[in-house]
Design a protein around this ligand. Structure first.
Ligand code: ATP
Length: 437
């Protein structure tokens, strides 16, 4: 089924000048290189939904890597190629990245493993796609510029708000599509069509998700955490039985994730919008999701999912901290300096996770105080000042500075002069005199 879209309307949707210029250069290069180019997937879907799209995937009927390199050279844009996948990524001056893909057919030799890629025409390339709504294409060059390809009724499914798979073995070939189906259904507020849902159930019954490599499974899981409505995605994955395939009951909590929902998080905007606090929302959601996880649960999860060092370290930190220090943090008499000592070793995301998950007024107060105030307090006094006061350099410097900081956190001292006076007062104490000798 081929129609034409209104090209000028499409250009006005694309908005950004650098995209419009890029499309015109693609058209020109297609003519000299004798190939065709199409915009395929998310950007076309989002165009018909009149939604903002961040991605642009360009399929080249020809060699996508060579095409992208020539275009990059002409426009002086950086291009990175990925030989095994026959793809290239171009970075525009705005930082936006555009993917160039060699039009291909994909052959799955083994379920859940990566497919073999064979260069092929556009039709084959559209057939290998996940859902009808993601298999729409618009031609970008020549006289057929603006021609619209819809082989699988994607436009009708966009109207009917349906997620439809393209063939019956699709989820067995690539079980990551189960996560994708749920992400799109929740993000776009679509329904997974009945037959597609039954194919998900069939793939799960055949343990398809469990047969994914830990890298692919982790990427799928993290992409769910990157969605805005993560908790709803997880509920749907739970209903479908996907989470039970991966995690032990009780090792995760969707309820904790709900605390990141827009209406609940609003109360903490002061934290999230504070320029002094940087938080990776995906990591925070990961921590909330695994908040009830025990150490032994986490060891088993790490056998099926592989996260980068920081993410793993943060989950471990959260579990250990939750077990060791939660009782202490619930006490009402802790001074700011004591709270500082307790929270300073933690990543910001771990502190935010404790704050959100514990739902305890005292813990909330301590975490807010640390994040908004204590962690930013700096000393004026330096090692040079200590030297000027006649203290011999050594271990004692660290001990004194720590004491001065504690006094400052507890608001006993404020100015530089206060700090110097405080150091002097410490030196009157025999403990410090002995140490300084
Ligand atoms: P978004 O980036 O907004 O989530 P998108 O559709 O651009 O949506 P990508 O993951 O960037 O998603 O993929 C681009 C296109 O590649 C998809 O629209 C789809 O056609 C195809 N695609 C991606 N992953 C798969 C997959 N696992 N199986 C089949 N096709 C896929």
């Amino acid at each position: 089924c081929q129609r034409r879209i209104d090209w000028n309307l499409f250009l006005s949707y694309i908005k950004k000048d650098e995209y419009v210029q890029l499309l015109s250069e693609i058209d020109a290069l297609c003519q000299s290189a004798g190939c065709n180019a199409y915009i395929v997937g998310g950007a076309v879907r989002d165009y018909f939904l009149r939604m903002d799209s961040c991605d642009m995937d360009i399929v080249i009927e020809g060699n996508g890597m060579i095409f992208a390199k020539s275009l990059g050279e002409k426009l002086n844009y950086i291009v990175k190629t990925y030989e095994p996948f026959l793809t290239a990524t171009m970075q525009l001056p705005s930082g936006q990245k555009i993917d160039f893909i060699t039009s291909r057919k994909e052959v799955y030799l083994k379920p859940a493993a990566l497919p073999i890629i064979i260069p092929a025409g556009l039709i084959e390339d559209l057939k290998r796609r996940d859902f009808s709504i993601n298999s729409l294409a618009i031609q970008l060059n020549g006289r057929d510029k603006g021609r619209f390809y819809d082989l699988f009724g994607g436009l009708q499914d966009l109207k009917d708000k349906k997620i439809r798979i393209l063939h019956d073995d699709s989820f067995l070939d690539d079980p990551t599509r189960i996560f994708r189906a749920v992400r799109y259904a929740v993000r776009l507020d679509f329904k997974i069509e009945k037959h597609t849902k039954s194919l998900i159930a069939k793939a799960l019954a055949e343990k398809a998700v469990a047969s994914l490599s830990s890298e692919r499974l982790s990427n799928s899981f993290l992409s769910v955490l990157s969605e805005e409505k993560t908790a709803i995605c997880m509920e749907e994955l739970n209903r479908l039985g996907v989470l039970a395939e991966i995690f032990l009951q009780g090792s995760f909590s969707i309820n904790e994730l709900r605390k990141m929902d827009d209406d609940k998080i609003i109360r903490y905007n002061v934290l999230f919008e504070s320029p002094g606090i940087s938080c990776d929302p995906v990591l925070l959601k990961l921590l909330l999701f695994f908040f009830p996880c025990s150490l032994s649960d986490w060891q088993s999860i790490k056998r099926v999912l592989s996260f980068d060092k920081k993410y793993s370290h943060c989950v471990l930190q959260m579990i250990e901290y939750r077990e060791k220090f939660m009782d202490t943090l619930q006490q009402s008499h802790l001074s700011p300096a004591e709270v500082y000592q307790l929270l300073r070793p933690l990543y910001t995301e771990v502190i935010l996770c404790l704050l959100l998950a514990c739902d305890h007024l005292q813990i909330e107060r301590y975490c807010m105080m640390f994040l908004l105030d204590s962690q930013h307090i700096k000393l004026h006094v330096t090692g040079k000042d200590l030297l000027n006061l006649g203290i011999k350099p050594g271990e004692i410097y660290g001990i004194i500075l720590k004491q001065v900081l504690a006094a400052k956190l507890d608001h006993k001292i404020v100015t530089y002069e206060d700090e110097i006076a405080y150091v002097r007062s410490l030196l009157e104490n025999k403990f410090y005199q002995d140490l300084s000798e």
